[in-house]
Write a protein that binds this ligand. Structure first.
Ligand SMILES: Cc1cc2nc3c(=O)[nH]c(=O)nc-3n(C[C@H](O)[C@H](O)[C@H](O)COP(=O)(O)O)c2cc1C
Length: 188
């Protein structure tokens, strides 16, 4: 590992989808590729499927920070270790996935004050999901970047057709680069 990467701010790219057959890993990998090629942040993929958090199972209020469950304490350590975040998330029924909200709601202080970029996708770019998620990040006193790239999927893609992000969404790459540059600036 180069010295530059070793000291670079750590950014977790959190995938909003845990759905079977999901598209999210391909899009998140592409977002990370763009980030690694364009700025010096250290990107790490976080798959919520690897962090099973039973729905709303903490007995206390997360904002008070006294977690009772071992899986919440592990998730807390994970999120606390990041300087910033990128949420790569699909739009589900005009909102963002329940798994993402549940993962956010298990914690509080671990998010506060940290920069975040939101990359959404869906049949119309997932803008409604991005707007809602942005509002949630503001509630958590995070610092969302201004640029919110929205990737538009075709009907064929939504039905499970082939997707090559670098080829199919080339026109979105600049907005993603811009959002990640804004994240980098907030972390400088
Ligand atoms: C439960 C559900 C709800 C969806 N709702 C929307 C929607 O409101 N708007 C939209 O554009 N696409 C919607 N879609 C299509 C998704 O954008 C598309 O299936 C996408 O691939 C989902 O991301 P994922 O494969 O990473 O889970 C929905 C898909 C699912 C599974």
């Amino acid at each position: 590992m180069s010295e530059k990467i070793a000291t670079a701010p750590r950014v977790q790219v959190i995938m909003g989808s845990i759905r079977a057959g999901r598209l999210c890993p391909r899009l998140a990998a592409w977002v990370m590729e763009i980030g690694r090629a364009s700025n010096g942040l250290a990107y790490e993929l976080v798959d919520l499927a690897d962090w099973p958090l039973p729905m709303d199972d903490e007995p206390g209020i997360p904002a008070r920070g006294a977690y009772a469950r071992e899986h919440t304490l592990a998730w807390s350590r994970k999120v606390a270790s990041a300087a910033g975040f990128v949420f790569v998330t699909p739009q589900y029924n005009w909102g963002y996935p329940a798994a993402l909200k549940n993962a956010i709601d298990h914690l509080y202080a671990e998010w506060v004050g940290k920069p975040v970029a939101i990359v959404s996708y869906g049949g119309h770019g997932g803008g409604k999901c991005a707007t809602q998620l942005r509002q949630v990040t503001e509630g958590l006193k995070m610092r969302p970047v201004a640029t919110m790239p929205g990737i538009t999927l075709t009907h064929e893609m939504i039905k499970g057709g082939p997707v090559d992000p670098a080829r199919d969404f080339a026109s979105d790459a600049e907005a993603i680069r811009q959002a990640l540059a804004e994240l980098d600036a907030l972390l400088a």
